[in-house]
Design a protein around this ligand. Structure first.
Ligand SMILES: NC(=O)c1ccc[n+]([C@@H]2O[C@H](COP(=O)([O-])OP(=O)(O)OC[C@H]3O[C@@H](n4cnc5c(N)ncnc54)[C@H](O)[C@@H]3O)[C@@H](O)[C@H]2O)c1
Length: 709
């Protein structure tokens, strides 16, 4: 087959460097999407595909058409930058229809990602052949929309409503092997994909196989009550989100309606999602996450060091979780503890964590063993000398950390990056304990470290571009979202969180109760309010930090003693069965506690504050605008590169509802003028802590948004 390549002729667009190539291989036309990086299906690509299919149809020598992608994948899907623009012909639906209605057999040859429109196009082809690398899904739900080019109608017709909906609701990719089992792919190519697809097409033509039109199939209906059950489960899992319910409605249409009507319904539901503030917010997060990887003074071609082995110092709450991230990514990791019982305990926790995942059916037994084998415990620094990166997660104590770093500097090879997971300490002071400050960086993970996706990568004064580039790349490699931040107390996330919880505590003094504050924040879209979160995380951690800082706290600063009082009576949260709430044995449901109400009322009385009725709007404004205001200060100080970076931090590290786009995006949506006015009004009552930040003021006065920064 390959030697017939010479017969290939370039399509018009090809010679001009167009994004779609056309080539004839014997009686088969090969139409190749060639628009790096991911062959997004923008207007020019769609035009090229339409021309390619049209040309093949009119060429009498051609009997079949193979559609494929150049470079690393078939297609990453629609060009979402076109969203909200007037539609340009041919649309995605048009070219998919062309592929399906083609009088000549069409075969999609899929490798790498075939996402969204990049899967809907193959679904419209008569047959599909995949490379082992193929990864297929309809990930639209992650952008707050539903598939809009027939995905909700063709996928159920191909693999049944139950499986199709599972893919559409998760947005997670299906590999080649599974795609064959499901019936998405007809075959997997062993060798060259295009050669195999051409041979496949020739064989189908030769044996007179029909031109299978997915739209003409009947979808396998789901069991009775399936859609109702799905709606119930979505109401719990995706509270407040529009897209999941619309996905269910659309897939139901594939069962109950003729294809054309189902397509009409899909379109209506798609448009409703696309035009919703939720989807706008989720698209913002999508771009912000990608943007966060870009650092102006660390260009893309900055050399990165290979990270083939890692070490973690300390196998406590954080160290164990951090080590799991490496093992999950297939990177061998050595965990060092200074006491054998702590090591044993830490490794035991890791093993139990994996076992729990296996028990839930989310990890195979063999995978668990493979991961556990990648984690090695030691008490000997000599064992970590060759690690490419060491992440320190010992006690939060500067002297302890500096000692550890001095020792690491002496023991580790010159190339080793030394990272600290400190949440409050100055990375530069830690770096000064070494002779390689350019290789020292903060990697601030969030608890539980094997679950939470955020990594605040903290740049020290001397951290080199190579170290930054390497750690940002590593974040991605271990499944995290890395955001580069500068050094300040609490870095970006915790510094903002502090302002948020401060307001929450003051609201208690002024008349609210924990359950009321938590409910207002929950209703906004957070999974939990600040007091419920405190009970999960443990109230003693913050208490110790406050005790340490008591001496240096400005005397005129408003300070709420309630949290300290709660710790003083031994209520540290869920781990002690009581904190801001009380808990029944073995149950994590927070139960409002009259004892806490009494304690709070007593504090109000002591402080001479007359308790008043506090509305949910005030709770949300005080807590959330305090966040935004601190975010503005952080931006002004250059400690976060962009407002979008702060949004990413809050979504992946603190559970800010993604469909609200993060605190800064949310403020932009409200309008900075309004946020500024509200804060100004609040500052009149509550003083400087809510005084609008200078950046907020200047943007508001210019009628600008944080995104214009
Ligand atoms: N817990 C959190 O939610 C959280 C979140 C982000 C960052 N952090 C930071 O992560 C670090 C660790 O916190 P944690 O909650 O895992 O603490 P932890 O107390 O659970 O674990 C610390 C571990 O370090 C070990 N250790 C202490 N000194 C050591 C030394 N010299 N050599 C080797 N091992 C040593 C201890 O035995 C212990 O097992 C701290 O800097 C903390 O501020 C914690």
């Amino acid at each position: 087959m390959a030697n017939e390549r010479s017969q290939g002729t370039a399509a018009k667009g090809d010679a001009a460097g167009g994004p779609v190539r056309y080539e004839r291989r014997g009686a088969v036309a090969v139409v190749t999407l060639d628009s790096p990086p991911v062959n997004a299906l923008g207007a020019a690509v769609r035009r090229g595909v339409a021309e390619g299919i049209g040309r093949a149809i009119t060429d009498p020598r051609i009997t079949a058409i193979v559609l494929t992608g150049a470079g690393r994948c078939f297609s990453g899907g629609a060009d979402i930058r076109e969203f909200g623009q007037p539609p340009v012909s041919p649309t995605l639906r048009d070219i998919i229809d062309m592929a399906e209605q083609s009088p000549k057999l069409t075969v999609a040859a899929v490798h790498g990602a075939a996402y969204g429109g990049g899967l809907e196009l193959p679904l419209g082809c008569h047959y599909r052949v995949g490379a082992p690398s193929a990864e297929m899904t309809l990930p639209e739900i992650k952008l707050g929309i539903i598939p809009g080019a027939g995905g909700t109608q063709r996928l159920p017709r191909l693999i049944g409503a139950v499986r199709a909906l599972a893919i559409i609701l998760s947005g997670e990719p299906v590999g080649a092997e599974e795609a064959v089992k499901l019936g998405i792919l007809d075959a997997v190519a062993d060798g060259g994909l295009v050669e195999a697809a051409v041979a496949f097409a020739e064989a189908r033509v030769a044996d007179g196989s029909p031109l299978r039109k997915t739209s003409e199939r009947k979808a396998l209906p789901p069991p009775d009550g399936f859609f109702a059950d799905q709606r119930k489960s979505i109401a719990r899992r995706s509270r407040g989100l529009i897209a999941p319910g619309h996905c269910i409605d659309a897939v139901e249409g594939a069962i109950t309606l003729p294809f054309a009507d189902g397509m009409k319904k899909e379109r209506e539901l798609f448009v409703a999602c696309r035009d919703s503030p939720q989807s706008k917010a989720q698209r913002h997060v999508f771009f912000a996450e990608r943007e966060a990887a870009k650092i102006p003074d660390v260009p893309r071609d900055t050399p990165v060091l290979p990270i083939d082995t890692a070490a973690v110092i300390g196998c406590g709450t954080m160290g164990g979780g951090i080590a799991m991230n490496f093992a999950n990514a297939g990177i061998p990791v050595t965990v060092l503890e200074n006491k054998s019982d702590a090591l044993e305990k830490g490794l035991g926790v890791i093993a139990r964590n994996y076992a729990a995942t296996v028990a839930k059916g989310r990890l195979g037994e063999a995978d668990m063993e493979a991961r556990m084998k990648l984690i090695r415990g030691t008490m000997d620094f000599g064992d970590i000398a060759d690690a490419d990166i060491v992440i320190e997660a010992v006690f939060e104590d500067l002297d302890v950390k500096r000692k550890v770093f001095g020792r690491l500097d002496r023991v580790c090879k010159a190339e080793t990056i030394l990272a600290t997971n400190t949440s409050t300490l100055d990375v530069d002071q830690i770096a000064r304990a070494t002779n390689r400050p350019e290789k020292v960086i903060g990697t601030h993970f969030f608890s539980p470290a094997n679950v939470m996706r955020l990594m605040e990568n903290v740049r020290g004064a001397k951290t080199s571009p190579e170290t930054i580039a390497t750690v940002m790349k590593l974040s991605k490699a271990i499944g995290k979202v890395g955001v580069l931040v500068g050094i300040c107390d609490g870095f970006v996330g915790n510094r903002m969180y502090h302002q948020y919880t401060r307001q929450a505590n003051f609201l208690l003094e002024e008349g609210a109760l924990p359950q009321q504050v938590d409910k207002a924040i929950y209703d906004f879209g957070f999974a939990m309010g600040p007091f419920a979160v405190g009970d999960v995380a443990g109230l003693d951690v913050g208490w110790r930090i406050r005790q340490r800082r008591a001496a240096t706290r400005p005397k005129d600063e408003r300070y709420s003693p309630i949290a300290d009082r709660i710790c003083e009576i031994g209520r540290f949260g869920q781990k002690t069965g009581a904190g801001w709430y009380r808990y029944e044995k073995g149950d994590r449901t927070p139960i409002p506690d009259p004892a806490i109400k009494a304690l709070i009322e007593k504090v109000s009385q002591e402080l001479g504050i007359e308790r008043r009725e506090i509305g949910d709007d005030e709770i949300r404004e005080r807590c959330l605008y305090a966040l935004v205001n601190e975010g503005a200060k952080i931006l002004d100080e250059g400690l976060a590169l962009r407002a979008g970076d702060i949004d990413v931090i809050w979504i992946y590290g603190y559970g800010f509802p993604a469909h609200k786009g993060g605190p800064m995006f949310h403020a932009d949506q409200i309008g900075l003028g309004r946020v500024y006015d509200t804060l100004g009004r609040l500052a009149e009552v509550h003083g400087d802590m809510l005084r609008p930040a200078p950046l907020l003021e200047s943007l508001a006065r210019q009628g600008k948004a944080f995104k214009d920064q």
